[in-house]
Design a protein around this ligand. Structure first.
Ligand SMILES: NC(=O)c1ccc[n+]([C@@H]2O[C@H](COP(=O)([O-])OP(=O)(O)OC[C@H]3O[C@@H](n4cnc5c(N)ncnc54)[C@H](O)[C@@H]3O)[C@@H](O)[C@H]2O)c1
Length: 344
């Protein structure tokens, strides 16, 4: 399978190009970025060629799959163009910046007979997969409450353009702040693990510390807290932060009728299950993927997408399964505006 990558920043380097390079069924055809030097740099590291425009890449008949790794505001436009050009697409999260765009992306994939995947890597980590298995098997009993967080020091040190000028701080390019940059991972994860749809969500967001170069506060949130109720009664919180100036918090606790699951909370065991009688099962499965260069582990996203296309099987990254998580993101924006919980 031949692949093209659109957007040659941090996630394209650290995950997409790197993991395509490790997959024996894939050949990298090339790269496009509107900053041409970035595409050239990727070619020098990963092979393939530089495509001068998106259209040049999409008209290359040899390309089967395109990764969309650009700023959030352009996900929908580029994804839809690629699907219409007959390509399968792996688009980064958050899927798009309006609900209508999300629906149009899924509809276009279906109309064109192509596959569309969203890069929700958290569904694939070994400890999260084990937690899903334990919940689905019924062993843990009903999920009662949960608390999940994704907090780090902010995107200024992550994206390819470092510092306060990052597009992550601009509403026109990012649309959302930490709530959807980080929170979409956890909203989607908890929805996936609980295995039910969200009934209502209440969200508070604020700008505590991040500023533009001129010292004015950024126009997307740098911290958020969400209270989520599922239709089956489970409820709990999602916390996101771009102002955790020391380490990273990427943890989840799920309290079930038959015990407590702690995910990525213990330094040694990525899943710790404590039963009502006090007995403990420790699972040493993996370390959480982080945004620091040194610890970026293989996510499994690329292998999942490639195998799903080649075998024709459904994937847990299929875009239609992500729509419910994006609905919750848009409901958070409405909740913030109205100061009320939003029914979904
Ligand atoms: N799944 C994850 O864990 C994860 C982690 C980080 C980023 N992301 C997502 O990946 C996407 C990219 O993030 P990043 O951290 O790589 O950002 P980045 O700023 O490092 O890279 C983005 C690149 O896209 C290019 N670009 C932007 N708009 C473009 C357009 N319209 N056409 C062509 N090129 C364009 C920029 O020049 C830049 O090189 C974002 O949507 C982000 O939310 C996902």
């Amino acid at each position: 399978m031949k692949v093209g990558i659109i957007g040659c920043g941090s996630i394209a380097r650290q995950r997409h190009a790197h993991e395509y390079g490790l997959n024996k069924n894939v050949e990298i055809a090339g790269f496009y970025d509107f900053v041409a030097d970035r595409a050239a740099d990727m070619v020098s590291k990963f092979g393939g060629k530089v495509y001068p425009t998106v259209e040049d890449m999409l008209s290359d008949k040899d390309i089967d799959l395109v990764s969309v790794c650009v700023a959030n505001a352009y996900h929908a436009e580029i994804t839809i163009k690629a699907l219409k050009a007959g390509k399968n697409v792996l688009c980064e999260k958050p899927m798009a910046v309006t609900y209508e765009q999300c629906l149009e992306m899924v509809k276009t994939a279906s109309d064109c007979g192509k596959r569309l995947f969203i890069g929700h890597n958290q569904r694939l980590t070994p400890a999260h997969k084990k937690a899903k298995e334990l919940i689905s098997s019924g062993k843990m009993g009903k999920v009662l409450t949960f608390a999940t967080s994704f907090c780090h020091a902010g995107p200024e040190s992550w994206g390819i353009d470092k510092g306060k000028g990052t597009w992550f701080f601009r509403k026109d390019a990012a649309a959302f702040g930490s709530m959807a940059d980080l929170g979409i991972h956890k909203i989607d994860l908890i929805r996936y693990l609980v295995g039910d749809e969200i009934k209502s969500i209440y969200s508070e967001m604020c700008v505590l510390d991040k500023t533009y170069e001129d010292g004015s506060p950024i126009d997307v949130d740098d911290n958020s807290v969400e209270v989520i109720h599922f239709r089956n009664g489970a409820f709990g919180t999602v916390t996101t932060s771009w102002t955790q100036y020391g380490g990273e918090n990427n943890q989840t606790q799920i309290n079930c009728k038959n015990g407590v699951m702690k995910l990525y909370m213990d330094p040694k065991y990525s899943l710790v299950v404590t039963h009502p009688d006090g007995s403990v099962d420790n699972y040493d499965l993996d370390r959480i993927q982080t945004n620091t260069d040194k610890q970026q582990a293989t996510s499994g996203v690329i292998d999942e997408v490639v195998d799903s296309i080649l075998s024709g099987r459904k994937s847990i990254l299929d875009a239609d399964s992500i729509i419910g998580s994006m609905k919750a993101v848009f409901a958070c924006m409405k909740s913030m505006e109205t100061g009320k919980a939003v029914e979904i």
